[in-house]
Design a protein around this ligand. Structure first.
Ligand code: M6P
Ligand code: ZN
Length: 187
C-alpha cells in the first residue's frame, strides 16, 4: 500500500519567508500608523507610503482550536528618536496566548498586561517568546536589519487595537546613541 506523503509549507530560518502555494501578505505603511509614534512632527515628515512592516501568513482552517502561522518582517528605522514598531494589540479573546519565534535581526518584544504593567524581552534569531493570555504585544526593531519573527496564534483570538489607543506604557528610543526604554504616562 502506498501511503501518500504531502509536502507541507516551509519557512526559511534565515529570513522568515514562507514557501507555500497559498499565502496572504499585508504591508503596513507609515501613514497607517496614526498616533502610534510619539513625535507627530517626525511622523508627518515621513512619506505615508513608506513601508514599516509586512506580515505574511499561511492560509489555514479557521475556528475553535485552529491556528494561524505568520511572519512579521519589521524594517529598521526610526520616527524621530523612536524605533519602528508594529501597531501592537491585545487579543479580542483576551485569554488567548501566542508564541513568537525570533528568526532574523534584533529587537524587543514589548508585553503589557491589563493593569498597564509593561516589560521587554530581547528578540534575536532563535528566541522563543511565550505571550500569555491577557497580554498585549508589540515588536520593536532596535537593529539595523529587518527584524523577522514567526508567530503562531489561535484563529479565534482576534485583534483588539482600540484598547491601546492611549499607547503602551513604554517607548523605546535612541538617546545619546543608546537604546533606551522610557516609561510614559499616556503612551
Ligand atoms: C504577528 C501576529 C499577527 C499580527 C502581526 C502584526 O504576525 O501577532 O496576529 O497581526 O504580528 O502585528 P499588529 O497586528 O499589532 O500590527
Ligand atoms: Zn497577537
Amino acid at each position: 500500500m502506498n501511503i501518500p506523503v504531502s509536502l507541507p509549507p516551509s519557512v526559511a530560518f534565515l529570513n522568515g519567508h514562507f514557501t507555500a502555494e497559498d499565502m496572504i501578505a499585508k504591508i503596513t505603511h507609515c501613514g497607517d500608523l496614526v498616533a502610534v509614534f510619539h513625535d507627530q512632527t517626525a511622523w508627518q515628515s515621513i512619506p505615508p507610503e513608506t513601508p514599516i512592516y509586512q506580515v505574511e501568513m499561511l492560509k489555514s482552517p479557521q475556528g475553535e482550536g485552529e491556528l494561524f502561522v505568520g511572519t512579521t518582517h519589521l524594517n529598521p528605522g526610526r520616527v524621530g528618536d523612536e524605533f519602528y514598531m508594529t501597531r501592537g494589540h491585545f487579543h479580542q479573546r483576551r485569554e488567548q496566548g501566542e508564541v513568537y519565534l525570533g528568526l532574523r535581526g534584533s529587537g524587543l518584544l514589548l508585553l503589557q498586561n491589563e493593569q498597564g504593567e509593561a516589560r521587554l524581552e530581547q528578540v534575536s534569531p532563535g528566541s522563543v517568546h511565550i505571550i500569555p493570555g491577557f497580554t498585549a504585544h508589540r515588536l520593536i526593531n532596535t537593529g539595523t536589519e529587518v527584524l523577522s519573527a514567526l508567530a503562531v496564534w489561535p484563529t479565534i483570538a482576534g485583534h483588539d487595537y482600540a484598547a491601546l489607543a492611549q499607547g503602551f506604557a513604554l517607548r523605546v528610543v535612541l538617546q545619546d546613541g543608546n537604546i533606551q526604554a522610557k516609561e510614559v504616562q499616556n503612551g
